[in-house]
Ligand binder design. Structure first.
Ligand code: NAD
Length: 518
């Protein structure tokens, strides 16, 4: 097993002048190709539809990142035909060769890592360290799933229990065509992870990226081609979610759906996929990773500096647009006032603005829809809690909302229950650690959560009773690392899958038992 271990991609050291300079150069380089037009890719062919989506910089409405041809239903049908044809050969390609494509793709992204990160700064509004972490995670997913596939290939050779009357085999085979539908908030890492997991397991893919980050998605297609992925294995059909996404989910030849995005869309995909279509001869599998309402619980006996730092970092990193972001702070009454004050102070020190400037800790929200949603939740929260800091917004140049904190929010208020997906924190006071756990568990989600405590008994209690897919003790609740903290949530946060974990690839395969009578 150790044979296939690797070190995760190191993050850039932004205290280094050389790194800062290289990032500036990458911004210039990417700046040189902004505004280009990008086609669909079906069966390896570039397809133009003349229905163009214009991708704009969320921090600067005047800057066009690129124009992307949008798929029609006809294009999506062609993509399905291509994926079905490619499946007949790709499924027979040795797993180690499929894995090698992923390793090559990882190497190519590693070589172009500044460029990919700079593009995310432009198209996704990612501050430099956030963009770098996204690129590093994409590399990690490719390396990790490649190695996981090598392990599975080996386990194929293992026979089951033996008897002298038969020879038994057990092997994992691919499923078929995957509908891969991705979100914009990790436009490279999640897209690369979901696509490569499907592909390395021997499936072929219809890939529909999120609307706002389609140029980044196209650049990943370039990488796959350069890495030697045969045509038709991944078909790139950017387009409208409810139209193209739903078509992919409904299609009778779609074997499984791999989705990351919001709860509402995930639940509707699950329902659509469950309805058999004419000519469909299987039950579609759905892998869905959805939203969260993640909390950090602070005990009475805790390092309060660590608590405040963890809350602020987890809440405001990438403007709170992470499914793992902290959006609730649940604090023991003994330390409540102190932590509230520390969080307020730290939040007020955060800088925000166009992420092309390294000095900005926080950038914009992704688009107008997100801006409207977040600002409307701020208005709701003004009636539910005490506005401590922030609460302002400005959409003149980009979709900017200031880091916002509300104190004294009731556990059942909307700001404590619903996913906002922006830089907004709701804080609440509890009388005991036990009550804190109950409040933490009191949502329909169950993605990430953290506990800051020096009390061993309470930490153990949290291990047992805090019902989230990713629990962190004495640290922030964001920043899961591939192969270290397999990622995915409980309840309405998804289908309990774990991206970057040892059983993830198995969700993309089916097991076949073969017994030969002797
Ligand atoms: P979203 O649900 O709006 O969109 C996700 C994808 O689904 C996009 O590609 C979109 O075009 C597509 N889509 C929209 N409607 C569709 C439909 N009816 N049928 C098929 N596809 C459709 O989500 P988003 O705004 O892109 O991403 C943010 C959400 O994703 C947040 O809720 C966040 O918590 C969640 N998220 C979860 C994880 C996780 O690992 N659990 C990771 C990242 C993001």
């Amino acid at each position: 097993m150790g044979l296939y271990k690797y070190k995760t991609e190191p993050l850039l050291d932004f205290t280094s002048k050389e790194v800062l300079q290289k990032y500036e150069e990458a911004l210039k380089f990417v700046g040189g190709y902004l505004g280009k037009t990008y086609p669909l890719i079906i069966d390896g062919e570039f397809v133009e539809t003349n229905d163009l989506y214009t991708s704009l910089n969320p921090a600067d409405h005047t800057q066009v990142i690129g124009k992307i041809h949008q798929a029609s239903i006809e294009n999506a049908e062609k993509a399905m035909e291509s994926a079905l044809k490619a499946f007949e050969t790709w499924k027979k390609v040795k797993a180690s060769i499929r894995a090698d494509v992923l390793f090559k793709a990882a190497a190519i992204i590693r070589k172009r890592k500044y460029e990919f990160s700079a593009l995310m700064t432009f198209e996704a509004g990612k501050p430099w360290p956030e963009a770098d972490a996204d690129t590093a995670e994409a590399i990690d997913f490719l390396e990790y799933y490649g190695r996981q596939m090598l392990l599975l290939e080996e386990s194929d050779k293992l026979t089951l229990s033996r008897r002298n009357i038969e020879r038994n085999e057990f092997k994992y085979i691919p499923l078929g065509v995957a509908a891969v539908i991705t979100p914009w908030n990790f436009p490279l890492a999640i897209l690369a992870g979901m696509t490569s997991a499907a592909v390395v397991a021997g499936n072929t893919v219809l890939l529909k990226p999120a609307i706002t980050t389609q140029v980044i998605a196209y650049k990943f297609m370039e990488v796959l081609k350069e890495a030697g992925l045969p045509k038709g294995v991944v078909n790139f059909i950017p387009g409208d979610g409810p139209e193209i996404g739903e078509f992919m989910v409904k299609h009778p030849k779609t074997r499984f759906v791999s989705f990351t995005g919001s709860k509402n869309v995930g639940l509707s995909i699950n329902q659509t996929a469950a309805t058999p279509q004419k000519g469909q001869i299987w039950i579609k599998r759905v892998i869905a990773e959805m939203g969260g309402k993640d909390a950090i619980l602070v005990d009475s006996d805790a390092d309060l500096e660590l608590a405040a730092e963890s809350i602020v970092k987890s809440t405001f990193g990438f403007s709170g647009q992470k499914c793992s972001a902290c959006s609730r702070a649940i604090i023991h009454e003994d330390v409540y006032d102190e932590v509230v004050e520390m969080v307020k102070e730290k939040t007020e020190k955060l800088t925000y603005g166009n992420p092309k400037d390294f000095s900005n800790f926080m950038g914009p929200l992704t688009d107008e829809k997100a801006f409207n949603k977040v600002t409307s939740y701020i208005e709701i929260a003004k009636n539910e809690g005490r506005l401590l800091t922030g609460g302002t917004a400005n959409k003149e140049m980009g979709w900017f909302v200031s880091p916002t904190v509300f104190a004294d929010c009731a556990p059942n208020s909307r700001i404590m229950q619903e996913e906002v997906f922006g830089p907004v924190l709701a804080m609440t006071k509890v009388k005991s650690f036990q009550e804190g756990i109950e409040v933490a568990n009191n949502t329909e989600y169950g993605l990430t959560g953290a506990v800051i405590s020096n009390n061993r008994f309470n930490l153990e209690k949290a291990r047992e009773e805090y019902h989230v897919g990713n629990l962190y003790l004495n640290r922030k609740c964001t920043g899961a690392i591939v192969g270290y903290q397999p990622f995915g949530g409980f309840n309405n946060s998804g289908t309990d899958s774990k991206a970057g974990g040892p059983d993830y690839l198995l969700l993309h395969m089916q097991a076949k038992s073969i017994s030969e009578w002797l």
